[in-house]
Design a protein around this ligand. Structure first.
Ligand SMILES: [Zn+2]
Length: 148
């Protein structure tokens, strides 16, 4: 799934938990940061250091170069960390991390069979399809409706 979709899902998830716009944006950003392991893993695996090249290859190849947070043991350990944060530190912080992390993992489990896609951007490629546009639109509409 693409970064914009992760942001929207993390944002909407936090809104559904009752958080205000600021904390919902934090949730959206956390949901995006979880995917930093894609370019890092790709960079290490293929010995590439230029961010633009790594980004564009990750988008074009839709690589499965995933590490810790996306693997089963990562989900287990992240869940344990969220529970510990919930019990010992802050219910609010744990809930924001929960909404960011689980919205991300659920979306990554969805595999669209994109019949057709388009690439945009001269420097950094952004890929989209009809399925992505529909999902992003629904998440955006849900986010806007959460303020009513
Ligand atoms: Zn991911």
């Amino acid at each position: 799934m693409y970064l914009r979709t992760h942001f929207l899902a993390g944002f909407l998830s936090a809104r559904l938990f009752g958080f205000n716009a600021f904390y919902s944006i934090i949730s959206g950003i956390l949901a995006v940061l979880i995917d930093l392991d894609h370019p890092i893993s790709y960079s290490i695996k293929h010995h590439k250091l230029k961010f633009k090249e790594v980004w564009n290859r990750c988008v074009r190849e839709e690589t499965n170069a995933r590490s810790f947070f996306h693997k089963a043991y990562g989900v287990v350990l992240s869940s344990l960390a969220i529970i510990i944060i919930y019990l010992l530190l802050s219910r609010e912080i744990a809930t924001i991390i929960f909404s960011a992390y689980y919205s991300h993992i659920v979306l990554d489990a969805v595999k669209f069979k994109r019949k057709r896609h388009w690439d945009f951007g001269r420097i950094f490629i952004v890929r989209t399809s009809i399925e992505d546009i529909i999902l992003d639109s629904l998440l955006l509409i849900g986010s806007l409706l959460s303020f009513l």
